[in-house]
Design a protein around this ligand. Structure first.
Ligand SMILES: NC(=O)c1ccc[n+]([C@@H]2O[C@H](COP(=O)([O-])OP(=O)(O)OC[C@H]3O[C@@H](n4cnc5c(N)ncnc54)[C@H](OP(=O)(O)O)[C@@H]3O)[C@@H](O)[C@H]2O)c1
Length: 251
């Protein structure tokens, strides 16, 4: 993927959940744009190592950091570890998340805790760590991976949707609270990368429901992350939909 943001050569970024899928594509794209990258992973150690080696071979400074973001102790020093690994980071991408089918009547306390700890508490406290260390770093910014279903209801996924709705709110309120030192923006993907439980028929059916006629790809998100990190410095508190206009139609 070519890069239209060469100014990212002054960027050192921590990306959570970056060993696979959207996070991996984002890490590769930011590296192609010249950024140094700290790749966080939880369980995908081998893919994380392979990605680090691939980026190191391209001459990119890249290190990997393991942490379970639902574990408060492991969460608490992740930004400091990223600073130590690749130098003072000036961009944080809160990408790691979980997605659970949670019909309202069946939601358990442990499902609730897992969704909110991963999708909301971790980005909140990582942003706090980042703000406490990076406020005087040029270009300091945060990008949160939200979801179009953080704004519109998705029946059967209330707990997931609420965790993303709160992350959307967090993006807006922290943009105001951390200005003028740190920009905070978000991306609200529609369907850009299907999960393993989607078969080909389900994928075709989804495409028909998207005004653009197809699901997007992780590169659509990656390019938007690069734009938000390197783009106009007056954009903050914005959540950009990357959804082929899916948010504008009824399901
Ligand atoms: N895929 C889509 O179409 C879509 C649509 C809307 C929004 N989004 C959002 O875009 C982002 C990326 O989506 P994705 O589909 O690529 O995500 P994903 O594959 O479901 O998850 C990304 C990574 O999150 C990490 N993770 C999960 N629980 C963790 C924990 N407790 N501690 C640390 N890391 C943890 C995992 O790392 P390990 O593999 O190392 O365990 C995983 O690889 C997410 O925020 C998602 O909500 C995606």
């Amino acid at each position: 993927m070519s890069c239209s943001h060469p100014e990212l050569s002054d960027t050192r970024v921590l990306i959570t959940g970056a060993a696979a899928r959207i996070g991996k594509t984002t890490a590769q794209h930011l590296a192609d744009c010249g950024a140094d990258v700290a790749i966080h992973y939880r369980s995908s150690e081998e893919p994380a190592r392979r990605l680090r080696d691939e980026l190191n071979d391209q001459g990119i400074t890249c290190e990997i950091l393991q942490a379970d973001l639902t574990d408060v102790d492991e969460l608490s020093d992740l930004v400091a570890r990223a600073d130590d690994a690749i130098g003072p980071i000036n961009a944080l991408v809160n990408n790691a998340a979980i997605w659970r089918d949670t019909p309202f009547g069946d939601v358990t306390h442990s499902q609730w805790d897992a969704l909110f700890d991963t999708n909301l508490r971790a980005p909140f406290f990582l942003t706090q760590q980042f703000a406490n260390r990076a406020a005087d770093r040029p270009g300091a910014c945060v990008v949160n991976l939200v979801d179009v279903f953080g704004k519109r209801p998705l029946v059967g996924y209330s707990a997931y949707g609420m965790s993303k709705a709160a992350l959307w709110y967090m993006t807006e309120v922290l943009a105001a609270e951390l200005a003028p030192h740190i920009r905070v923006n978000g991306i609200a993907p529609g369907t850009v990368l299907l999960n393993e439980d989607h078969d080909a028929d389900m994928a075709d059916e989804l495409d028909e429901r998207i005004p653009m006629g197809l699901t997007g790809g992780p590169e659509d998100v990656a390019e938007t992350v690069a734009f938000l990190i390197g783009g106009p410095s007056y954009i903050t508190g914005e959540v950009i939909a990357v959804d082929g206009a899916r948010r504008h139609i009824a399901d």
